[in-house]
Design a protein around this ligand. Sequence first.
Ligand SMILES: CC(C)(COP(=O)(O)OP(=O)(O)OC[C@H]1O[C@@H](n2cnc3c(N)ncnc32)[C@H](O)[C@@H]1OP(=O)(O)O)[C@@H](O)C(=O)NCCC(=O)NCCS
Length: 153
Amino acid sequence: MNIRRATLSNLTEMQKMYAETIQSICKSDYTPEQIEAWISGVKNKERWIEVIEKQFVLLAIIENQITGFGTLKDGNYIDFFYIHKDFQRQGIADKILNELEIEAKKHHSKIITSDISITAKPFFEKKGFTAKAEQKNIRLGVELINFKMEKEL
Ligand SMILES: CC(C)(COP(=O)(O)OP(=O)(O)OC[C@H]1O[C@@H](n2cnc3c(N)ncnc32)[C@H](O)[C@@H]1OP(=O)(O)O)[C@@H](O)C(=O)NCCC(=O)NCCS
């Protein structure tokens, strides 16, 4: 497996993987309506372009395929963090998160935070994050629960 920075040419594949991961891996924690509202985020292309241009975006690549990606905003906030549905539990999230934490330390960040899904919460707890608050977000009129989590570096 290779870890490398993303470019705009990766955008389409990243968005496809993101939608498939949510549809398949998060369906036991969220209703079909919630999943649809969550995935609707792919339509906001400007937001995704900004993520790639302004954030530290890492891809995990196996045989030319994107198998996961994670992004660090402002050196201290994990904005996107998704692993391909067919490559779960192979240590890919572990590797990407380690690299994001190294990058955060380069920014002299003392704390790393994120808004984490119900599905990903056990992974982030395993990695030393603690949940500070449960949050109810409204997207397209649908309520989506996630957790404000943080870890001291
Ligand atoms: C959560 C997620 C990122 C984990 O990715 P992954 O590559 O499968 O995780 P890893 O293989 O690196 O896991 C490392 C360790 O974390 C723990 N872990 C990972 N997923 C877990 C889960 N669902 N429940 C409990 N522990 C988990 C395990 O201890 C695991 O080690 P093990 O497999 O030897 O037991 C992935 O399941 C995912 O993409 N989820 C859906 C997307 C999502 O909700 N993203 C967050 C948006 S905020």
